[in-house]
Design a protein around this ligand. Structure first.
Ligand SMILES: Cc1cc2nc3c(=O)[nH]c(=O)nc-3n(C[C@H](O)[C@H](O)[C@H](O)COP(=O)(O)OP(=O)(O)OC[C@H]3O[C@@H](n4cnc5c(N)ncnc54)[C@H](O)[C@@H]3O)c2cc1C
Length: 460
C-alpha cells in the first residue's frame, strides 16, 4: 500500500478529516488529492476585473482548490443539528451537537471570530413566537460569522497545520475508485497514475456530485432520491430585516404554502451584504455574500421551495439546471425584477429599477420578468412566503423589494451509508456535500471527523 488513507477533495469535509487523523493517529500515511489549486494560488478571474465574463476555467476556482466551496463562502457557521445537513440520519442529535461544538472550536482555534450571534434567548424566543403566530416556524440557531474575506485566512491556517503531516497533491483529478472484491484498494487519477491505500475517503463536494454519481453507478452502489430547491434571492433595505438579523445573524424561517403545501424557507441571509452571480457548469445562478469588513445598505436572502419528484421522474438536478438555463436564455444571465412589477404582471426595466428605493448590489443583472422563468408553483410559493414574512419583518413584501432569479440548490444524490459514513464497499467512505450528507460548512466538517474516527478505530 502506498498510503493508509487517501482523501479525495480538500474542502471542509476533507480538511477536517485530515485534521482529525493527524491529531489522533499521527503514524498514518495520509494523501489528500485535490483537483483545484492550493489556497494561495486560488484566484477567480471574475474577481480580478469587475464585470469580467466567466472564463469557464477547467476547474472552477470558486469551488475547487484548498478549502473547496468554503474558501469563497460567506463563512456562516450554523451551530444547530437541524440546519446544514442530514447527519442526524446517522448519529443521535446529542452526539451531533457535541461534534458541532467540537468542529466549531477548531474553527475558532484556526482564526474564526469568537463572537456568536443568536445567544439572546429572550429575543430569540420573541421571534419564535411571532413567527408561530404568523404560520411560520423559526429555527433558532447560534451562528458564528467568519465573513467571505476572512475565510481564506482560516483555511490557510488549517493548511499550515496539515503541511508536512499529510501529503497533498493539487491539480490532479481522481477519475476512478479502484475496488477489489468489495474492498477499496486505491484510486486512479485522470493522468493514469494509480495510488493504493487501505482507506479512501471521498469528499468531492457538490460541484463534483455528478462524478460521484457516475462512479457510484459503475460500482453498483445504492443511490437514494433527493429533492431540488428552486427560488429567488430577495434584496431589501437592511433596516427591514434588522429586527431579525440583530438577534440572530441568519433567521431561518420555514413555511408550508397554503396552495401547494410545499416546504418554503429562507436560506443564506446576508445582512448588509451583496448579491453575487455564480457560474457553475455553464449556468449562471444567483447567491449572496456578506463581509466582515465591508457593508452595503441592503440585506439579501434566498426564498427556496423544495420539490421531491416521484416516479418515474428521477432527474431533480437536470430539472433545476433547466430552469436556471431558462433565466439565462431570457436574461443573458441573472434576471432582476421589482416585486411590484412581478405582481402587476409587467417586466422591470432599468428605469423602473432606478426609481425603486432598493439599489441593486448586483449591477450585472438584467431587469426582466421572472414569471416567464419560474413555474407557477414556485412563484406562488414565493409570493405567499413574502406575504407572511411581511408580518414578521414589515417591508419585506414592499413593491420595491428586488427579486433575482434564479437561485437553485441541488442536493447531491445520496449514497447508502452506514452510521460511520462508509459506503457499501468496505473501507470506502463518502462525506460532505457531494455525498449528500451535508449542506453547509459545519456538518461537512463534522462528517469528516466521523469518518476519520472510524478509520482510527479500525487501525488500532
Ligand atoms: C457561494 C457560497 C457560499 C456559501 N456560504 C456558506 C455559508 O455561509 N455557510 C455554510 O455553512 N455553507 C456555505 N456554503 C456551503 C459550503 O461552502 C459547503 O457546504 C462546503 O464547502 C461543503 O464542503 P465539502 O468539503 O463537502 O465540499 P467542497 O467544499 O465543495 O469541496 C470539495 C473539494 O473536492 C475537490 N474535488 C471534487 N472532485 C474531485 C476529484 N474527482 N478529484 C480531486 N478533487 C476533487 C473540489 O475541487 C473541491 O475543492 C456556501 C457555498 C457557496 C458556493
Amino acid at each position: 500500500m502506498d498510503y493508509n488513507v487517501i482523501i479525495v477533495g480538500s474542502g471542509p469535509a476533507g480538511i477536517f478529516c485530515a485534521l482529525e487523523l493527524i491529531a489522533n493517529a499521527p503514524h498514518l500515511k495520509i494523501l489528500i488529492i485535490e483537483q483545484g489549486k492550493d489556497i494561495d494560488r486560488r484566484h477567480c478571474p471574475m474577481n480580478t476585473k469587475k464585470g469580467q465574463a466567466c472564463m469557464s476555467c477547467p476547474e472552477c476556482e470558486l469551488v475547487s482548490g484548498w478549502g473547496g466551496a468554503g474558501a469563497y463562502s460567506d463563512g456562516k457557521l450554523t451551530l444547530s443539528p437541524e440546519i446544514g445537513g442530514f447527519l442526524t440520519r446517522y448519529i443521535e442529535t446529542a452526539e451531533l451537537q457535541a461534534l458541532i461544538d467540537y468542529v466549531d472550536g477548531l474553527y475558532v482555534h484556526y482564526g474564526a471570530p469568537v463572537e456568536l450571534h443568536g445567544s439572546d434567548t429572550h429575543a430569540v424566543n420573541g421571534i419564535k413566537n411571532l413567527a408561530a403566530r404568523n404560520d411560520m416556524t423559526f429555527i433558532p440557531s447560534q451562528i458564528r460569522h467568519i465573513g467571505t474575506d476572512k475565510c481564506r485566512d482560516v483555511l490557510s491556517n488549517m493548511r499550515k497545520a496539515i503541511d508536512g503531516k499529510a501529503d497533498t497533491i493539487f491539480e490532479k483529478v481522481v477519475q476512478r475508485i479502484i475496488v477489489d472484491k468489495k474492498k477499496v484498494v486505491g484510486v486512479k487519477l485522470r493522468d493514469g497514475l494509480e495510488i493504493r491505500a487501505d482507506f479512501v475517503i471521498l469528499a468531492p463536494g457538490r460541484a463534483s456530485s455528478r462524478w460521484l454519481e457516475t462512479e457510484s453507478r459503475r460500482l453498483r452502489l445504492t443511490l437514494l432520491k433527493n429533492p431540488v430547491d428552486i427560488g429567488v434571492r430577495v434584496e431589501v433595505p437592511a433596516s427591514v430585516l434588522e429586527p431579525l438579523t440583530r438577534v440572530t445573524y441568519e433567521p431561518k424561517l420555514v413555511f408550508y404554502s397554503k396552495k401547494f403545501d410545499d416546504r418554503v424557507r429562507t436560506f443564506c441571509v446576508n445582512p448588509y451584504g451583496e448579491v453575487v452571480k455564480e457560474h457553475i457548469k455553464g449556468i449562471w445562478t444567483v447567491n449572496g455574500h456578506s463581509y466582515s469588513a465591508k457593508r452595503t445598505n441592503n440585506t439579501n436572502f434566498a426564498i427556496l421551495s423544495s420539490t421531491f419528484f416521484t416516479e418515474p421522474f428521477d432527474e431533480p438536478i437536470s430539472y433545476g439546471m433547466y430552469i436556471a438555463r431558462l433565466a439565462n436564455f431570457l436574461g443573458g444571465g441573472v434576471i432582476v425584477q421589482r416585486l411590484g412589477d412581478l405582481i402587476k404582471g409587467r417586466r422591470s426595466t432599468p428605469e423602473r429599477i432606478a426609481r425603486g428605493i432598493v439599489e441593486p448590489t448586483l449591477t450585472d443583472s438584467t431587469p426582466g420578468d421572472l414569471s416567464f422563468v419560474l413555474p407557477y408553483r414556485y412563484l406562488s410559493n414565493i409570493l405567499e412566503m413574502l406575504e407572511v414574512m411581511d408580518r414578521v419583518a414589515p417591508g419585506v413584501n414592499s413593491r420595491h423589494t428586488l427579486l433575482y432569479g434564479v437561485e437553485v440548490k441541488y442536493y447531491s444524490m445520496q449514497l447508502r451509508l452506514t452510521n460511520c459514513l462508509e459506503t457499501e464497499i468496505h473501507d470506502l467512505f463518502a462525506i460532505g456535500d457531494g455525498a449528500g450528507v451535508s449542506r453547509g460548512l459545519i456538518q461537512a466538517s463534522a462528517s469528516g471527523v466521523i469518518a476519520a474516527r472510524e478509520v482510527i478505530r479500525r487501525q488500532r
